[in-house]
Design a protein around this ligand. Structure first.
Ligand code: ADP
Length: 426
């Protein structure tokens, strides 16, 4: 097995976004949760995205985790590794983008690293090294008030310069517009002048395709899902991977088994989706007070589900309206209530899988994370898209054997999301 592309993502949702982008470009992609064990049963795929939680941890820990991921990916034959960062360049002067880039560059031996967080599909563009979010520079966007890493400078040459030991240069849009050869030449010239990393302008997907082609001559690049798209299209264009090879047995095989949905998100979209699901499947609404009081509510939910699973899918929801959530939070505190309910949903997920559920849909980002951790799932093969940004996931290397999951962040999906998901999860 030789991976065409290895990716190290600095957070889980960014990893899913990238894995989904690569899959849509035709790459067979596995997303792993953390660095996999050496005996992880990696299927025949083109790309692996290792999901870390390294965006806001101490820089030395981020470097160690990223290096471990890189070794694992290179050990599986990855010639090119993308260090996947946020398209708004979330970081502080202490890191972690610069320190991780420096360490991975040292390991890769590349003279110069290409860096661009551009992702035109979500209105992130880079011009003259300045990152724009929609129509405004980064430092005028809502990112200026981010609770963990407020971004006060849109000039990425400067931002990265403060984080990295390397001298940082710029490849401007005029050069990118002249094509991959011109971009490569400019990179070599910068490298010969002692520049070790270059921010590259990109405004349209076509620019990312050019950059992707240029990047494939290197062993390392740093960017968001947009650069993933450029690299994937470059791999398909150069026939290093065969586009559309998803339709093989590994991804299409039916899993069968019982199906269940869990909702812990209280977003408007999810509340609407639960109401819609009530027309097509039995729905149990949990009592948040009883969840926080002890494990009886979990037992009640599992008993309720067991009586119905043989007849078809069921949905169990803790979700409530904003007023109800505020009332619960004022009594118990936001953290305590959120954590207790997430853990209850995870316990329900585990109990349902123990009684034969093999197709599981989870609504809510934190709720999904808690469920995946509890089920001990080390990775997923990314399948077809149910709704923008929400693919069907096939568990790889889990202790429960074959399983399909759909993990959606609260606001995603149309009104019929739960039914739509189960239609694709067979
Ligand atoms: P989203 O993707 O919509 O943000 P999350 O699962 O990430 O959804 O977050 C929802 C949070 O709300 C979780 O911490 C969950 O435990 C909590 N929660 C779920 N139901 C309730 C409720 N009825 N009252 C208070 N908090 C709740």
């Amino acid at each position: 097995m030789t991976l065409a592309l290895g990716c190290i993502a600095d957070d889980y949702t960014g990893a899913s976004d990238l894995a989904n982008t690569l899959t849509r470009c035709g790459l067979r992609t596995v997303q792993t949760i953390g660095v996999p064990a050496d005996d992880f049963p990696l299927p025949e795929v083109d790309a692996v995205v290792v999901s870390l939680k390294s965006r806001s941890i101490p820089a030395a820990d981020a470097v160690a985790a990223s290096r471990k991921a890189e070794r694992w990916l290179r050990g599986r034959g990855a010639t090119h590794v993308l260090f996947k960062i946020c398209s708004t360049f979330d970081s502080t002067d202490a890191g972690n983008i610069g320190p991780v880039m420096d360490a991975l560059q040292e390991d890769s031996g590349d003279a110069i690293v290409l860096v661009t967080p551009a992702f035109p599909g979500t209105a992130r563009t880079v011009y003259q090294g300045n990152l724009f979010v929609g129509a405004v520079p980064l430092n005028e966007s809502p990112l200026k008030d981010h609770p963990l890493n407020p971004m006060h400078d849109a000039n990425l040459v400067r931002v990265l310069g403060r984080q990295s030991k390397a001298r940082i240069g710029l490849v401007d849009l005029a050069t990118v517009a002249r094509g991959a050869d011109a971009t490569r030449e400019r990179l070599s010239r910068l490298a010969s002048e002692g520049v070790r990393a270059a921010v590259i302008d990109a405004v349209f997907d076509a620019d990312l395709e050019t950059i992707g082609q240029a990047a494939l001559a290197h062993r390392l690049s740093v960017g968001a899902s947009g650069l993933g798209l450029g690299l994937a299209r470059g791999l398909v264009a150069s026939r290093r991977v065969r586009a559309g090879s998803m339709a093989d047995d590994t991804t299409q095989r039916e899993v069968g088994g019982a199906a269940a949905c869990l909702a812990g998100s209280c977003s408007q979209a999810t509340l609407g989706q639960i109401a819609e699901a009530e027309r097509v499947m039995p729905v149990l609404r949990l009592d948040p007070e009883r969840i926080i009081a002890g494990s009886e509510e979990v037992d009640r939910a599992v008993r309720w589900a067991r009586e119905r699973l043989a007849a078809g899918p069921v949905l169990i929801a803790s979700s409530a309206t904003a007023d109800q959530v505020a009332a619960v939070q004022s009594r118990h505190g936001r953290e305590v209530a959120g954590h207790a309910i997430e853990q209850a949903m995870a316990a329900i997920a585990e109990a349902l899988v123990q009684v034969g559920v093999r197709r599981l849909v989870v609504a809510g980002g934190e709720t999904s994370g808690a469920a995946v951790d509890r089920l001990g799932l080390p990775g997923f093969l990314v399948g077809p898209e149910i709704a923008p940004g929400v693919p069907v996931l096939r568990a790889v290397g889990g202790r429960h054997g074959e399983m399909l999951l759909a993990l959606k962040s609260g606001n995603f999906g149309g009104p019929a999301f739960f039914g739509d998901a189960l239609t694709l999860m067979r």
